[in-house]
Ligand binder design. Sequence first.
Ligand code: NAD
Ligand code: MG
Ligand code: MG
Ligand code: MG
Ligand code: MG
Length: 335
Amino acid sequence: MSSTTSNPTLANARIAVLGYGSQGRAHALNLRDSGLDVVVGLRKGGPSWERASAEGFTVAEPGEAVRGADLVAVLTPDMVQPALYKESIEPNIKAGAALLFAHGFNVHFKQIAPREDIDVILVAPKGPGALVRREYEIGRGVPSIWAIHQDVTGQAEAKAKAYADGIGGGRALLIKTDFKEETETDLFGEQAVLCGGASSLVQAGFETLVEAGYQPEIAYYEVLHELKLIVDLFYEGGIARMLEFVSETAQYGDYVSGPRVIDAGTKARMKDVLTDIQDGTFARNWIAEYQAGLPNYKRFKQADLEHPIEQVGAKLRARMSWLQAGAAKAAGEPL
Ligand code: NAD
Ligand code: MG
Ligand code: MG
Ligand code: MG
Ligand code: MG
């Protein structure tokens, strides 16, 4: 595919993408298809090395990829970034080069103190990597937010926008933010609503129906499967669009029962979650958990994976063959 970006700022730049997971793979592929020069930085023998090579990239150890790069995109897991910065980026990044993040966590919470002779910027697509790639391939993009932490060249904004254009975000919508706002809102969104809130809501709804004696298969469709339809309507036209498409009975039930489930107490607890994010409590706990070898994280994850809704869901999805292709595509796997 050739849809070379018309943005000239990075036209002659070498971009090192560190990490080839959800975001890294999507960014690397989109930047390359936009006509930019990309090298992928990974640990030799790590899980992604083979895949990035097979997909045609020059792959190098992180320090080697950083050397000579004009822009270094840090797309490894957040918790490995501080050591990666110390060992591979700080000693190798050129003066005047740009260090780019897709999430402001380590800079905002001071786990990384970037060298003073480089630009430090952020481009965060508001969507998972698979969508960043899929939208790009069909000629669209994922709305993205950008920020500047440090501008030593006077080019930081131009570089952030050129990178956002290169991954396709510029085809959609770009919004200026700062590292603090991106970090705090991203953490709040995933904790209270998108990942934590939504999965807890689904699990509680499922448990309520099953404990009342209804079939788990029917509970699964009612509280998990059908959620996609509702969320697609939100995505296209907001809550108004959802209300247009559901019955009057569903609307009335929404108005009288929704606020009984998500009430002022829920909102007060959301504010507590936000306070923990803002005052650094969440970051401190997460860093300590990671350094302790993830004991609670592993236990919580296991409980989610063993929840009865996962067992009935796996059985039902195996019988819905059309979902298998969609799931592989969403994960960015070749079909
Ligand atoms: P990921 O876990 O999907 O991928 C991590 C990649 O880094 C893998 O290729 C892995 O092999 C590699 N890696 C791990 N340790 C490494 C090391 N020490 N040196 C070099 N490579 C190493 O990560 P992700 O979810 O794409 O997250 C990357 C960044 O993007 C994070 O800052 C995250 O907050 C941000 N982000 C993620 C999403 C998302 O949807 N996943 C959305 C927006 C922003
Ligand atoms: Mg996010
Ligand atoms: Mg996030
Ligand atoms: Mg959960
Ligand atoms: Mg129904």
